[in-house]
Write a protein that binds this ligand. Structure first.
Ligand code: MN
Length: 496
């Protein structure tokens, strides 16, 4: 089925931050430009092409992004698929929007390269590099992919398989890395449908049945809990029943011999309260009312998941003794679980000064301490690189990676290094033992000298001796990182 027909008004209505006249005009003119450029074009699904641009823009707006990113989303297929060029876009909308459109176009040009693992790594690498220059490019790409997945039915079977595989292996993990749980879950479920239709249908049916059966007692538990919480003076902002994403459910069932009785969080209740202390008070009240299951209380508020996810989970014996999972969190935690890094931008974008201060680590930024691990890492890198404020571009452009490079291990792990770093720096960054035992290196499959200067995006493989070995003092001439320097010096100090 084609997706809902949208108008530009739907996009403007869904914005999560108020819009100035100027910004509204920008979005409208990007829409007019895209509409004219794609005039007469149809998608394989039968929709007017502009619908794809609008759906992409709507997904971007839902992720909490603002006018420039939304405009770039509306324009993202113009240079690739119409008579207008990137220069035309730049002339009309400026460098920043053209930069994003260009980034999205380049990411789209990745071709499948036979070997599955190879194309996976290639994709991942390009996504990371795009992320490094501007995370908004990745957000537009995810929004674009969402709509492509929603209209995948219109493509031939072989294309469906390729796109679904790429989505589940590359796009969903990146959405997860950015903490955009809602997009990640949807991308996985849409892919699951094409990659494994038999199990998809099986799990869908199972979940629908289970939900129908439990609906009454779920409603009962909700009204009981609500009453109890209000009595204790908790301001319940929202309380509702939830189901699991299908692909996640299937993964979990596989772990438990396909026995649905062992899945305790198949359905559950989510409670949204105003602040952290209310979260813990709520937990106490829930446990006082219903007996908790031993060993099933997870406090991700004190100990967030690596991608920044925060919430309290507990499994209880609810009404009629039935097992039920309860999630307790604040509104901001809920938004962040859904929208990840983008949600941070809503909370931080209120003025650009605060946004900059957030990334420069100054005290007066408007965001709470609990940040996404990814954002934290960006900031650490920024601190390593130095604090030259004048380098900062207007708006949201993230330019942390000047004088900084990403390299990759053969397994696809990212290693970040200063510019001009060598294979020896790379080796010590992985482990001091690997550094010490380094005998040679390959970059993108070719043997290089140890003073080779690694470039952004290269795959570095370190050749090591099997036996313990002392690093060469000569390396001190060319290594760039203090980690490498201190390890080499340490190894030689022992001689004295
Ligand atoms: Mn597109």
């Amino acid at each position: 089925m084609p997706t809902t027909i949208l108008t530009i008004e739907d996009i403007l209505k869904s914005l999560r931050v108020p819009l100035t006249h100027e910004r509204e005009a920008l979005i409208r003119s990007a829409y007019e430009f895209s509409l004219a450029a794609h005039a007469g074009q149809k998608r394989k699904s039968g929709e007017d092409y502009i619908q794809h641009a609008l759906h992409t823009a709507l997904n971007i707006a839902k992720m909490g992004m603002r006018s420039k990113t939304i405009s770039a989303g509306l324009l993202h297929d113009v240079p690739e698929d119409t008579q207008y060029t990137l220069e035309d876009v730049e002339k009309k909308f400026g460098k920043e929007i053209a930069f994003m459109v260009d980034g999205v176009t380049k990411l789209g040009k990745i071709k499948l390269r036979g070997d599955k693992e190879e194309y996976y790594l290639e994709n991942l690498r390009k996504m990371f590099l795009a992320m490094a220059s501007d995370i908004r490019v990745v957000i537009i790409k995810l929004a674009d992919r969402m709509h492509n997945m929603e209209t995948l039915f219109a493509l031939p079977a072989d294309k469906q398989q390729r796109i679904a595989l790429e989505t589940i292996e590359v796009f969903a993990p990146i959405a997860n890395r950015l903490g955009i749980g809602e997009i990640k879950g949807k991308l996985e479920d849409l892919s699951f449908k094409y990659l494994d239709p038999v199990n998809y249908n099986f799990v869908t049916k199972l979940q629908t049945e289970e939900y129908e059966q439990s609906k009454q007692y779920l409603d009962k538990a909700i009204s009981e809990l609500k009453r109890e919480l209000l009595k204790e003076g908790i301001r319940v902002e929202k309380i509702f029943g939830r189901t699991k994403h299908l692909y996640r459910l299937f993964q979990k069932m596989k772990k438990h011999d396909m026995n649905i009785q062992k899945i305790y969080d198949l359905i559950g209740i989510r409670i949204i309260v105003p602040d952290i202390s209310s979260c813990y008070k709520t937990l106490g009240i829930v446990h006082n009312r219903y007996r908790p299951m031993v060993g099933r209380i997870k406090d991700y508020i004190s100990l967030p998941k690596p991608n920044g996810y925060q919430s309290i989970h507990t499994t209880i014996f609810g009404p009629e003794g039935k097992i039920l999972e309860v999630q307790i969190r604040t509104k901001q935690m809920d938004d962040e679980a859904e929208f990840g890094i983008a949600a941070h931008w809503i909370y931080s974008e209120k003025n650009d000064r605060n946004f900059k201060n957030f990334f420069f680590g100054k005290k007066d930024y408007a965001i709470p301490e609990k940040e996404l691990a990814w954002v934290k890492q960006l900031r650490e890198w920024q601190n390593e690189i130095g604090k030259d404020n004048s380098e900062f571009m207007e708006g949201l452009k993230i330019e942390f990676f000047k004088n900084h490079i990403f390299a990759f291990t053969p397994m696809g792990e990212v290693v970040n290094l200063p510019e001009d770093a060598t294979p020896v720096d790379f080796a010590y960054k992985i482990h001091s033992k690997i550094g010490d035992r380094t005998t040679g290196a390959k970059v993108d499959g070719k043997i290089v000298t140890l003073d080779y200067k690694i470039k952004n995006g290269q795959v570095v493989e370190i050749l090591t001796s099997r036996d313990p070995k002392k690093p060469s003092r000569d390396w001190l001439r060319f290594v760039r990182t203090s980690m490498a320097k201190s390890n080499i010096k340490k190894a030689h100090r022992k001689d004295l």
